[in-house]
Design a protein around this ligand. Structure first.
Ligand code: SF4
Ligand code: SF4
Length: 421
């Protein structure tokens, strides 16, 4: 143990020296005050001057510091992919840190297992340090960058304001076209908004969303430069992403949330949310096929494929986000980054509202308030898609890309031959 402490101390002193001298792009020396790296002027990371390409930010330098210590310790090597990926490196550049931060699933296991966690003077907190850099990557790689920054600062408020604004706009459009309440229309949405108008509106929003996400993940992928992917690497990464393998804590009992007890509920609520979202997406795709291939127009019967898929997905999208919000509120403050909560909650709340308004529309589609329910639901769905590239949805895309990089990397020879993989 004493030998380990000596190694960790050495690594810590190296990392301080590294952060201040080894990278020619670091413009200010970094000194450590408690757990937070600060610039020479005493600025906190968020107040520090914006870094240039290749410069380590204060949050990245903190991850580099804890990785140096972990590389000397290696107690958590079997917990997740972050530690074996770490052992393939002796130095941590910006691209490595962005990659490792997105490879971390924030399960919290290494915080509760760590003998160097606060209040130890080394103040090693891997999940929190990783969470800060992860959030920064969503902004750094976002396109357009200004929207990423706006969302980062005001995630929850921006989500709610966008949803409210779009829903209000559509409600006013319905009001001006003839009134919010009407004789029952047997669920004929196209009597309120013509099919081509809906296709144009949602095609534009969906297209923008996919373009922004595509640009962001392409930037991330190029930056981490992983090399060519084999079929086996792609299959393994897809398997790990779809199963959320690294939310099992490395032992199958689950991750930590409120304390050091293991729970599988974070993984389960993520699965409810993800598969609920995919079922709703499948319902839309099947309805599109019905419309264009079979010539069958909505409304579809309650036992038709689009309605059954949408209902099952909607229920999953109620349970999953409600559970994730509950876990988010109870989360141990040291496991994550408090500044990220508005972003997390903004996405969770929008998902919940999308599902709640969708199911309300399904329940009320034969009634006299169908137009009002439709306008509200469409406004919320548009807000969800507009904010997808900048919020918590992006973490799934970047994390999948990081998992693929790890699957590629672990199949390559380890030049250091120091790790156990
Ligand atoms: S998190 Fe702590 S216990 Fe785990 S490898 Fe790092 S220093 Fe060691
Ligand atoms: S928080 Fe979990 S996923 Fe992240 S580095 Fe620690 S053990 Fe790995």
């Amino acid at each position: 143990m004493k030998q380990l402490e000596a190694l960790a101390r050495e690594a810590q002193s190296f990392s301080v020296a590294d952060a201040s001298t080894s990278s020619p792009m670091v413009e200010q020396p970094v000194r450590w005050i408690g757990n937070a790296p600060r610039g020479a002027s005493g600025d906190t990371p968020s107040q520090a001057p914006k870094p240039q390409a290749g410069t380590l930010t204060g949050d990245e330098a903190e991850v580099a510091r804890v990785m140096q210590i972990c590389n000397a310790c290696r107690y958590c090597e079997g917990f997740c992919a972050v530690f074996p990926a770490m052992t393939r490196r002796l130095e941590f550049g910006k691209a490595d840190l962005n990659y490792l931060a997105n490879l971390c699933h924030n399960c919290g296991a290494c915080l509760h297992a760590c003998q160097y966690a606060p209040p130890h003077e080394f103040a090693v907190n891997v999940p929190q340090a990783m969470a800060r850099v992860r959030m920064q990557t969503y902004t750094d790689y976002a396109w357009p960058a200004a929207l990423g920054t706006l969302y980062k600062r005001n995630g929850l408020a921006l989500c709610l304001a966008t949803a409210f604004g779009l829903a209000l706009f559509l409600v006013l459009a319905v009001l001006m076209a003839g009134g919010l309440f009407h004789e029952p229309m047997a669920g004929n949405f196209y009597a309120v908004f013509p099919h081509n108008t809906l296709a144009l509106m949602f095609g534009a929003v969906f297209g923008f969303s996919m373009l922004a996400l595509g640009v962001g993940v392409t930037r991330f992928w190029r930056n981490v430069s992983p090399g060519a992917a084999s079929g086996a690497a792609v299959a393994e990464a897809a398997h790990d992403a779809l199963r959320l393998r690294y939310l099992d804590g490395g032992h199958g009992k689950g991750c930590n949330n409120a304390d050091d007890a293991f729970t599988l509920w974070r993984r389960r609520f993520h699965h409810f949310t993800f598969y609920g979202f995919m079922l709703c997406f499948a319902a839309t795709c099947v309805a599109t096929l019905y419309h264009y291939l079979l010539g069958q127009q909505a409304p579809y019967p309650m036992l038709s494929a689009p309605v059954l898929l949408g209902t099952a997905g909607g229920i999953g999208l109620l349970i999953g986000p409600a559970g994730l919000l509950w876990l988010n509120i109870k989360r141990h403050p040291q496991q994550g980054d408090a500044a990220q909560k508005p972003m997390d909650r903004g996405f969770i709340v929008l998902l919940f509202l999308t599902s709640a308004t969708g199911l309300a529309l399904l329940g009320g589609r034969d009634g006299g308030a169908m137009a009002l329910l439709l306008a509200i639901h469409l406004g919320v769905v548009m807000a969800l898609f507009l904010t997808l590239p900048y919020g918590k949805f992006a973490h799934g895309i970047y994390r999948s890309a990081a998992l693929l990089k790890w699957s590629i990397e672990k199949r390559q020879p380890n030049k250091l031959q120091l790790g156990s993989d």
